[in-house]
Structures are given as structure tokens and as C-alpha cells.
Design a binder for this molecule. Structure first.
Ligand code: SF4
Ligand code: SF4
Length: 235
């Protein structure tokens, strides 16, 4: 922050706004609210609040594209987790196989119980490492048996922790139930599309229910159905 403040000194159009370290502070809507106090919902774009939200890597990619005419051909990817021999950061070419990436980090030091693409809160499990790095790949986390909970999901005990932790003030337990039943009508009625997929509800659930995963799948289904309907309307 100090370095950024120094870099911005003398340019009145630039301002550094340090924010409280909390999760999910980096989610688009959270960030807009924290910086400007403006609120948007899932049907609006940041531009509707007069904002463009870019992380540092995107800002650098925009510079390379506009000033140097270079497309995105590389990504900074973190390979980590207790099962990895030499956890490291790599500048990986887009298209590189995840298996090669893992080998570059020394491979597995112990058997991996679960391998996640992306971060632990919002990433998704991989069942095959022969998938390419894309321009949205950010990390590869290899978890050993010790790190991965062996508990199976059990019935909801209505403790309300998922509700208390949801940054979008949703009722994740209920939304996950609608998602399980493919109940799009009630999922929408209870604002399922406002979920930012942060994963906090799954993280705190003592019954180990995969709430975020179920809500995320339902959101994808709703978006796919919307697209189908729009395409049908055009015909
Ligand atoms: S993932 Fe869970 S906690 Fe996060 S916004 Fe969605 S419902 Fe709320
Ligand atoms: S945190 Fe888990 S157990 Fe508690 S209300 Fe939510 S889904 Fe149910």
C-alpha cells in the first residue's frame, strides 16, 4: 500500500483506498460497496454503479494489450498444498497441462486426496490433471488426506451459521434445498442469483453440507435456462 501510495503521489486522479482485510472483500459487489458505498444486484453491471473492477493482473493485461498489442498468453499460477513437493508460483503459458505444472513444482510429495483448481473457497475439484491452463486459471491446490476432512455431509441441524456468514444476506440452507430439487421458481424467489459463490456457507456448516456447490450448480442451470429461453424467443 505504501508503494502504491508513493506511485500515485502527484496525480490527483488516482487514490489508494486501503480496505479491511476480510473475506470475501474482493468480490465485485463487495468491493464496489466498500469503496463507493454504491450497491448493485446480480441484474446490474459494475458500470451501472459507474465502476470498472479489475485486479492487478487484469490491469497489467489491459496495459500489455493496449500499449504493446500483446494478447494474454501467460498466467501467474500458484501450485500449493501440503501434498506438493515444492509449492511455487509460476508464469505458465495458457494451454499448459496441469500435470506439467505440478511436475514443475516437484510433483507430489505424498498422495493427494483432493486436487482443486483455483482457490480453496471458490475453486473446483479436478478429477484429471490433463486439463489446460486457461486465462482464468489462478491456482492448483493439492490436499493430502490430513488436510481434507473425512466427514460426510449429514442432515442440517438448523444452526443458522450459514445465514449468519452469508455476505449477501441469503439463506443458504434453504437455497441449497431448492437447488437439490431443481426448484428454479423458489430459488429465484429467495434471491439465489444474488449468491457471489464465496463458499462461506459451506466453510462454516457443521453438518458439512456442500451448500455453495449446490447453489453454484443451480445458478449455472438458471443462466443456461435463461439463455435457452432467449434463443427460443429469437426464433
Ligand atoms: S456461497 Fe453461500 S455464503 Fe457465499 S454468497 Fe452464496 S449463499 Fe452466501
Ligand atoms: S450451517 Fe449447515 S447445519 Fe447450520 S443451518 Fe446452515 S446448512 Fe444447516
Amino acid at each position: 500500500i505504501r508503494i502504491m501510495e508513493q506511485a500515485c503521489t502527484g496525480d490527483s486522479s488516482l487514490q489508494v483506498r486501503p480496505l479491511k482485510t476480510k473475506y470475501p472483500q474482493g468480490a465485485e459487489r463487495m468491493l464496489i460497496y466498500a469503496v463507493t458505498g454504491r450497491k448493485i444486484n446480480s441484474s446490474l453491471l459494475p458500470a451501472d454503479a459507474g465502476c470498472v473492477v479489475d485486479n492487478a493482473e487484469t490491469a497489467a493485461a489491459v496495459y500489455r494489450a493496449v500499449a504493446l498489442g500483446k494478447p494474454v498468453t501467460e498466467r501467474i499460477v500458484t501450485v500449493t498444498g501440503e501434498a506438493v513437493a515444492r509449492p511455487s508460483n509460476f508464469l505458465a503459458p495458457v494451454g499448459m497441462d496441469h500435470q506439467e505444472l505440478l511436475e514443475a513444482a516437484g510433483g507430489l510429495a505424498k498422495p493427494a486426496e483432493k486436487i482443486v483448481s483455483g482457490g480453496l473457497m471458490m475453486g473446483f475439484a479436478l478429477f484429471d490433471l490433463h486439463v489446460p491452463v486457461t486465462k482464468t486459471t489462478s491456482g492448483l491446490v493439492c490436499l493430502s488426506a490430513d488436510e481434507v476432512s473425512r466427514h460426510r455431509p449429514t442432515a442440517c441441524i438448523n444452526c443458522g451459521r450459514c445465514v449468519a456468514q452469508c455476505p449477501e444476506h441469503l439463506v443458504p440452507a434453504r437455497l441449497a434445498r431448492f437447488a437439490q430439487h431443481g426448484d428454479e421458481k423458489n430459488f429465484l424467489k429467495y434471491y439465489g442469483m444474488e449468491c457471489c459463490e464465496c463458499g462461506c456457507c459451506s466453510y462454516v456448516c457443521p453438518a458439512r453440507r456442500p451448500l455453495a456447490q449446490e447453489i453454484k450448480s443451480m445458478r449455472k442451470m438458471v443462466l443456461a435456462n435463461r439463455k435457452k429461453r432467449q434463443e427460443g424467443d429469437k426464433k
